[in-house]
Design a protein around this ligand. Sequence first.
Ligand SMILES: [Fe+2]
Ligand SMILES: [Fe+2]
Length: 286
Amino acid sequence: MSKIVFLSDLHLSHTHGFFWENFRRARDAANASEADLVIVTGDLCINGPDSDAEMQFAAQALEGLEARVFALPGNHDVGDEPPGQDPAQIVDEARLARWDAAFTADRFAIEAGAWRVIGVNAQLFGSGLPREAEQEAWLDEELAGARGRPVALVLHKPLFVEHAGEDAPTVSSLNPAPRSALLAKLQAAGVRMVISGHLHASRDRVVDGIRHLWLPACAFLGAGSHGGAPEVGAVSVDFATPEAVVAPLPGLELTPFVLAEIKQHGRWKFLRDMPPCPPEVASAAE
Ligand SMILES: [Fe+2]
Ligand SMILES: [Fe+2]
């Protein structure tokens, strides 16, 4: 088992189906790739923090993937860590419980080829919730269990945008305090790669000895207000050797939706506030 498909930022909803067709194409391309595993790096939903039905819809959609699937939560699934981009949707116990009911787990550790791949719940960092400390202790154990294998950490948000010294609170990445604690841990453990979604942009570069891979989104293009290249798509990563090989998912073409256009240039603040436009019932029932 060495080849993993990464799908990120699906933004699915049973009431707002803007991105359903893009998901179908990504799902079919992932199935055609015969990858051993699919990792979904967060933002499966639009209004996951407040909708049982939407989270169930996203969970059901993932059943169309033929490989084993691990899903990690994003801010549109369990809410943001404080202060957050939407004060009405801060991560809390009830939102984590909703995720657990749909996806069972919010973290994983596996061996893939030469690597150990560890997935964590990005929304816990800086949340102050009991599960944050629980995850920290678990991560320490899993990092220790790598025993010399290169480790890739997977989570919804990047650790930082440009560099680790960014000191302003931000919704674009982890916040400064939890970031420096996590980075110190990763550096001490010799972690080689960090793979993240959230910004809907692609980027692949080494900073202070760690390769930071930003994943394209399945749903829509990033605003381009950060580094990286706004992109829709998906990638596969082959972990067979200590040099992980990243490639676009073959045969995948997604519609490059522009969020501002969908929200009619400021008419709507959030997609969830827009008039319902469900995905085709026939498609949703597949
Ligand atoms: Fe997203
Ligand atoms: Fe996000």
